[in-house]
Ligand binder design. Sequence first.
Ligand code: ATP
Length: 235
Amino acid sequence: MKALAVAGLDVRYGTIPALKSISFHVNEGEIVAFLGANGAGKTTTQQTISGLVRPTSGTITYRGKPISGRPAHELISEGICHVPEGRHVFPRMSVLENLQMGAYRFRLVDTAAIEHVFELFPRLAERKHQLAGTLSGGEQQMLAIGRALMGRPSLLLLDEPSMGLAPLVVQDIFSIIEQINAEGVTVLLVEQNAAQALSIADRAYVLENGCIALEGTGRELLADSRIREVYLGES
Ligand code: ATP
């Protein structure tokens, strides 16, 4: 069953088109990856779904409801939570306070959700009183994901979660994404790290200059000669 359906989505920044009538969908329970070169429109796609950018035209439907053009704070209540590129944790707040900020839509302190985040990320539990700005890059990424989970998402949008992280930390992050997905959260993942993304994705789309150039299952795209050459650095 389709969770997210996007049809004919156009986004412009001033007169410059960033997305040119793209259509795609994400099924309930899937991990779907978006690949593409810098500037292809991956971040814009996620920001439009999460309500940070308004589309010029097109429709976005989540669980049967039209959501196109609705602001981000309303979409969180629909279960759509976004972990933006660059993490953006609150540096002068502790790990625990950052997590509590993620649950602002619930009036009560959600201790069960905090416990769940600490089970997924024991490193955060060990550092719960540490200021977020002093965490390592990998720990900040874990915190950004944990903070989004505090909103109890049904759809998690992850923008470049592996950016700037050491290979071992990247492995950790990807296995946690798989675990979150196995617990029932649908995932839309934007990644430069094509090999890792395709290895966990059920399906993937390749964006080029604001258009969808290729789509397929993770396995199909991993075996595609063009993908291997352009995104996996093989000749
Ligand atoms: P990257 O991997 O470098 O983050 P991307 O695939 O995520 O790239 P976007 O960030 O979505 O690509 O950018 C798509 C296009 O829109 C680019 O040409 C970019 O310069 C342009 N763009 C993005 N944000 C803005 C903005 N706020 N104002 C004007 N142009 C923008």
